[in-house]
Structures are given as structure tokens and as C-alpha cells.
Design a protein around this ligand. Sequence first.
Ligand SMILES: *Cc1c(COP(=O)(O)O)cnc(C)c1O
Length: 555
Amino acid sequence: MSSWSCTRGVPHIVVAAEFVQRNLTADNLTVDNAKNALIFYLVFTRALKAYRHVRARGIVSVVQDAYRWVMMRVMNLIISSPWVRPQVEAEMAKAKEGVQRSLVPHGAIRRLTLPAAGESLAQILAEMDEMDSAMPEHVDYREGKLSGAVYHGGEDMEEIIVAAFKRYCVSNPLHPDAFPAIRTMEAEIVSMCLHMYNNPTGAGATTSGGTESILMAVKTHREWASATKGITEPEMIVPESAHAAFDKASAYFKIKLHTIPVDLVTRQVDLKRVRRAINPNTIMLVGSAINFPDGCQDDIVALGKLAQRYNIGLHVDCCLGSFIMPFLEKAGFSSAPFDFRIPGVTSISCDTHKYGFAPKGSSVVMYRDAELRRFQYYVNPVWLGGVYASPGLAGSRPGSLIAGTWAAMHYMGEAGYIASCRAIVGAARHIAAAITAEIPELRILGSPPASVVAFSAVEGSGVNVLVVGDMMSKKGWHLNALQNPPGLHIACTRLTVAVKDDFVRDLKEAVREAKESPDGKGNLVALYGLGTSSAIGPTMVGTLINAFLDALYQA
Ligand SMILES: *Cc1c(COP(=O)(O)O)cnc(C)c1O
């Protein structure tokens, strides 16, 4: 146990334990004493929790949180009152209808039950043709105007992946005895990633995507902390710029989350605030290389020092950095350290299905050593269906995806990834430089080292950056909207490289248009304006987003 926790956390517990013991000796074990001890214990533990919470959040944030909470309650009361409620419900119904209309095609043939008899391949393909043409107008990712989303490995990559799929179509790695080649490929995928991230003696596992890699890393650290330190009320400390998958892990696995602000200039997590949030229940810290919102990289070396000092985990999220970060230097760009060479880093997630160009549904989670990976496993020796064990979340898994990933990595090779890193990061730097030099109304957020460029409006420029986003949508670009501060980002892919100059030209025009009509009524303005402009915003957006998720399953 670290010296910090001895001086700050433990004495209180010792005091509490002593108090309870003193009052519960055999000859004075009265109901009253027991009651007092229990009350003392409850008050004490609550107070300790509150103290740690305030210490991590800071007084100002706690007061702001409380104010927001009260305002939300008040607004909820107002909108559920009989005078306002019908109006709000009518507006929400209209908005929900809009969501449905944009997703679910009208007039298309609907097939809601199994066809009575099986169909031929020709029939199936004909029906797919028909579905494609009946869909509402949508983006064509091939034009390169989509931020991220399709991490295209080039025209010929499709052929490679399909060939691998076909060959291992029915394989299932849950049964390595039946599919030994798939087991070997899976182990080799992990090994290739471990070498890329400079931990050849480490361990890892494949997962279905970045989110699962992160869920697994968090679960692993939770079990590790429980087994080695007896932590039963785990907490983790995560930069506000980290991926939402950490919030998801906190919600799924009941881990208290401390969200730490980033520095407004560097966009790196505030290390002082991280340190203040560490307490004896902390299981892990998180850093991104790079993060999703603005593509910046946290100070992993400093986070590693903290993790070592307090003997806690440090997960580095390289889901997006994937096959870009490890090749930055070899592609001729500067790079700050981020991988297992940094002491204190205990796990890293790397998405093969992003810049690794593997088929979607593929990611790798890596650990410093095999001992830590053990805590990821699920083992049930007494199940009625036999002894059951699986390394991760899934039971049965598609071996074809593993073969597709292995094939993509072999098709690219190190030289291929270095070349794609050079092209993609080159495009991102080109865009960032052009914005800085030629668009004074916008400013780049932080200094992003890799493939993402994020920007906000300069204060006093008269530009609403969300209006810029809506204007860009009209020009066919699909950028990601950011909150706090409002901004936009583009995650460059190989498809962006060819259109980087079109992007800069269109962005200049969009800024001009946004200046002319400063209060636009586009989608981004509607959604993100609502989300941050009032206390009730998040609740309303939440309701709408639930409607969106419902609409996904509307046949
Ligand atoms: C994409 C991404 C993830 C994980 O996302 P999946 O969609 O589940 O693959 C995690 N972290 C960052 C920074 C990402 O960009």
C-alpha cells in the first residue's frame, strides 16, 4: 500500500474499526451500543465517500453539479406539469417522427416474416438490389467525405478479406480442436500487435471491437484490484476526452467514475486533478493516444509515473491510434511515447478494424503480462453443460473475422502501414495547417499528433461552428460534432487523402456562409444546441436518442 493511502485513507478506517471494537466487547454489548456503533460506522463511511468525491471533483464542480441537478429536477417538474406537458409531448412526438422518417424508408416492400420457402442466391441478390434502391438518399462513403467510420484499406483489400472469409466461413474459435489454424492466426494477430506496441513478452486477446477491448481491460483491472488489494468499491479515473466506452464500463460493471477535465490549451488530461482523485479504492487510470473528440494525446509518461507510485493500473486507449501511432516515427513524424516501453502502462487497446483495415468487429486488448490477462478470463468448472471457459465476453465467435484480420495485416505488412500512416497523417497536417493559416475564424484544438483534426470557432469571430457543420453537411461532408467546447472534427482516412483540398475549400465557404446566417436551423444546431443550452437539454436529447435506437429496429 502506498504511503499516501496510509496517511490519508487508512487511519480513518482504523479509527472506525477501533471504535466499533471498543463498543462491542462482550460485557458492554448492549443494543444501544451496537446501534451507536452502527450509526457511527454509516455516518463515517458516507463522510469518507463524500470527502473523496469532493476532493476529486473540486468544490466548484460539486456546487455546479448540485445546481445542475436541482435545475434539472425543477425543469422536469415544470415539463411534467399538466399545463406544459401536452405541448412538450407533442413536440417530442414530432421530433421522434422526424427521426423515424429519416431512417425508415417509406413505400419499400417489407418482409416481416420468414419466407415460406427458401430462396435462391439469384433471388436473394435481386431483393438486396431492390432494398438498396428503395432506401432514402444517403452518403456514399467512397467519395471520402465521411469522417472516420469506414477505415478503407483500398479497393483490393475487399478481395483479400472476402477470400479469407470464404475459406474459413464456418469456423469457430471456441473449438480450437476443430479449427487449429484459426487458433494459430488469432495468437499471431495478438503477437503482431504486441510487437508493434513494444511488449513482445506480454499477453493479449482479440475482441469484437474497441468497446469490448475497453470493457475487458476495465473488468480485468477490477478483478485484479479485488484479488490483490481486496478493493470492493472500485473507482477509476478517466479524462473527459476519453471514449464513452469507459462510461459504459463504469455503468455495466458498477465502478465509480471520476471524469477529469482536460487542459484548455493542450487538451491533455489535468494531471493535478488526476492525482487528487486517486484514493485507496482507485483501480486504474486512463490515457488516450489518441482520443476521439480532438485527436490529442494525453501525457502517458506522467500518467505512468502516477500509476506506479500508487500501484494502480494504467490503460492506454489506442483504439483510434491503432495502426497509426506505432508507425508515426517510421513515417517521418514526431511522436511522444505512448506504448508499453513506459513504466506503469498495464494495458493497451488497439483496433485492428480502424487503421489496421481489418473487417469490422475486430480489435485487440493487450496486457503487460500473462498474469494480468488471467483476470480477464471467465472460468466455470461446474456448469451442467460441461467445464466452461472463455477468454472474453463472447462465447462462440466468428473464425472468419480472425482470418480476415490476419489476412489484412499480412496484405499490408509494415511497409504498407507506414505508407498509409504517412498519407493519412500527412492529410490531417495539411488540413490543420490550412485552417491555421487561412481560416482566422477557426482554431485547432490542441496539437493533434495523428489522424484527427478538431476545430472550434474563435471567440468574437461571429461564427457558430455548429452552423459551419450544417453547411458542410449540405456540401456532402459528414463531420463529427463535439461538445464543451462546441466544435467539429474530421478523422482522416485513406479516402480523405484524395479530397483534402476540397475539404479546405468547402470549409472556407461554409465559414463564410455561417457568418452570413449565424443562427442556422440545421440538424447539428438543433441537436447540440438543445443538449447544452439548458438544464433540461440532456433529458430531452436522451429521450430523442432513445427514439433513434428504437427506430433502428423498426422493420
Ligand atoms: C473508436 C474508438 C473506440 C472504440 O470504438 P468501437 O466503435 O467500439 O470500436 C475507443 N476509443 C477511441 C478513442 C475510439 O476512437
